[in-house]
Design a protein around this ligand. Sequence first.
Ligand code: PLP
Length: 461
Amino acid sequence: MTDWNRRAVDWGHAYRAGLRERPVRAQVQPGDIRAALPEHPPEHPEPMDAIWADFERIVPSGLTHWQHPRFFAYFPANAAPSSILAEHLVAEIGAQAMLWQTSPVATEMEERMVAWLAHAFGLPPRFRGVLQDTASTATFSAVLTMRERALGWAGNAEGLAGGPRLRLYASEQTHSSVEKAAVMAGIGAANLVRVPTDAKWGMRPEALAAAIEMDRAGGYRPAGVILCVGGTGIGASDPIGACLDVAAQAGLYTHVDAAWAGAAMVCPEARAHWAGAERADSIVVNPHKWLGAQFDCSVQFLADPTDQIRTLAMRPDYLHTPGHAEITNFSEWTPQLGRRFRALKLWFLFRAEGLEGLRTRIANHMRWAEALAEQVAAEPGFELTTPPMFSLFTFRHRPERGDAHSLALIEALNDDGRIYVTQTTLEGRTVIRFQVGQWDTTEADVAFAWDVIREIAGRLG
Ligand code: PLP
C-alpha cells in the first residue's frame, strides 16, 4: 500500500494546486453519482489500480470544492496543509481516544490544546474543555446539562414524563443546531423561546429578563440561555456580557455558540464582539471552520466541567481504569463513547502557522470583506443589506425585482462555477451571503469574485 499512500499524497497536492481551474460547486445532477456506483459490493478483491481509476472518474466531478479559494458560501471548512498531515498520521495510528488509558497522548494533548485555544482566543486559563466532533454536539451537550441541572438530575434517571415544562432562550439568529438540541433533549422546539433582538440583530437583555420572568409566572421552569457570536445567517452577535448578567441573575446555565466567529478571537480587535464571554458556563468554537483544523474539530470550553460530566458520564465496569482515580476520560464529557484523536491536527496547525500566522490570515479576510462591502454599497443597482460582521456581509441586486431575482442570480453564479455563494433570509427577504474565509483565498480572488458578480448580474439585466 505504501506506493498508493504516496500517490494519494501527490494526488492531494495536485488537487489543491489545481482548484482554481475547477467549478466550485459540483455540476452533477441528482442521481448521477449513484448511477455510477454498482448496486452491490464486489464478491472478490479488486486491484487498487481499478479502484483508483474509478476514484478519479467518479469522485472529483461529484465534489463541491470546500478548499477552493473562491468558496464564498456558507462558512469555510478549512483544511490547512499541516492539519492534513496530522490527519494522515491519525488515520495510520487508528487510535480510539475514549479513555486516558486507550491513548494517554490523545487525552493529555487534548487538554493542552484546549488550553492553547483558550489562550489564542483570549479566554482565561481557568477554562477547561473538550474537543467535540461538531458544534451541534457541543450545543447538545450543553442543552442536556441545562436540562439536568434544571431537573435536579432527575431527567436522566426517571425520564421527562410528568416533569415540569422547561424553557430555553435564544434569539432568531442562533443556528438551527440549538433548536435541534432542544428537540433531541426532549425539551421541545416550542419551549425554545425566541427573544426579540435590537436594531443590530442582537438579543435584547431586558427582553430576555422579561421572558424569563413571564415564564416563571406562567409555571414554566427556565433551564438555560444560548447566545450567539457570529450567527450563521448574517453574522450577528448578541450582547454577551449583558445577557450573561441576566442569566446569572436568574441562576441559569449559559452556552455561547461562536462556532464560526470564535476563530476571529485570535485577533484581539475582534474580542469586543464577545466581551463578557469569560463569564459563560460553556462556549463552542469550531477550529474546523475558519481556523484551519481539518474537519472535524470543535472545542467546547467549560468553566466547570462537573455538571456536564454528571449529565453525560457512564462508567460501566469494562471502561474502568484501575488505579487511576484522577485521570481525565473524555468520553465522560461527550455523548459518544468512541472519540477521534483530534488534538494532533491542532498541535500541527498551531506550530506550523504560529498565532501570528493564524491572526494575519483572519485579519486579512475581515479587511477584504470590509473593502468589498464598501464597493457593493457604492455600486448602482446593488444594495448592501447587512454590513460586514467579522468577514460576512449580505447584499441584493436590483432589490425591486424581489426574491426571485436574488435566487436566480445565486443559481446563475453557482452554475457558472467560478465562485460559490449561498443565500439567507433577512426580515422575510432573500439576500445573498458573501463570506471571506477560505484558507487559500487571496485579495485577488475577492476582487475576481466581484467582477464575476457584476458580470453575471449584468447579464441577468
Ligand atoms: N453554530 C453556528 C453559528 C454555525 O454557523 C454552525 C454551522 O455552520 C453550527 C453551529 C453547526 O456547526 P457543526 O456543523 O459543527 O455542527
